[in-house]
Design a protein around this ligand. Structure first.
Ligand SMILES: [Zn+2]
Length: 153
């Protein structure tokens, strides 16, 4: 998932979560990207501070879109990173890491084989849609930690 900071002609600023950059572009081109404040479609991206992918961090450079990086945008990006690192730390401290067995463990819990508990880990897009089909939505949170963690055996 990628978070984009968006701005509307009315002066409103908001955040949009997209699968990737292309999805944001196509939604915008088709006029589906609407401002939450005025409902207008005169929305443009102001900066891509952080790109989020399960289990890893990647920073998008603003130059990719030829966007101008202003000092305010940079502050905005840093504030976003701070929030993300807090979420990341919370999840790491309070959720058991099951690594690539996320989908498996989730299914065990929801089918009653295992007690419900907080878990985190990685799921492939296929596993994610499998879970979705069963009415389970994964919450994706950015994890800033760089080193790869080994799941417990
Ligand atoms: Zn607006």
């Amino acid at each position: 998932m990628i978070v984009f900071d968006l701005a509307c002609a009315c002066g409103c600023r908001f955040e949009g979560w997209f699968r990737d950059h292309g999805q944001m572009q196509s939604q915008r081109e088709r006029g589906l990207l609407l401002c939450p404040a005025c409902g207008g479609a005169a929305v443009h991206k102001i900066l891509s501070p952080v790109a989020v992918k399960t289990g890893q961090r990647r920073r998008l450079r603003a130059e990719e879109d030829g966007a101008q990086v202003t000092r305010e945008d940079a502050r905005h990006g840093q504030a976003a990173l701070k929030i993300i690192s807090e979420i990341s730390a919370y999840v790491e401290a309070n959720f058991e890491n099951v690594g690539p067995r996320l989908a498996e463990e989730t299914l065990k819990m929801c089918c009653g084989d295992k007690k419900m508990r907080n878990i985190r880990g990685e799921a492939s897009p296929e596993e994610e849609s499998l879970l979705k089909g069963k009415g389970i939505n994964l919450l994706k949170v950015p994890i800033l930690k760089k080193e790869k963690e080994e799941p417990p055996q």
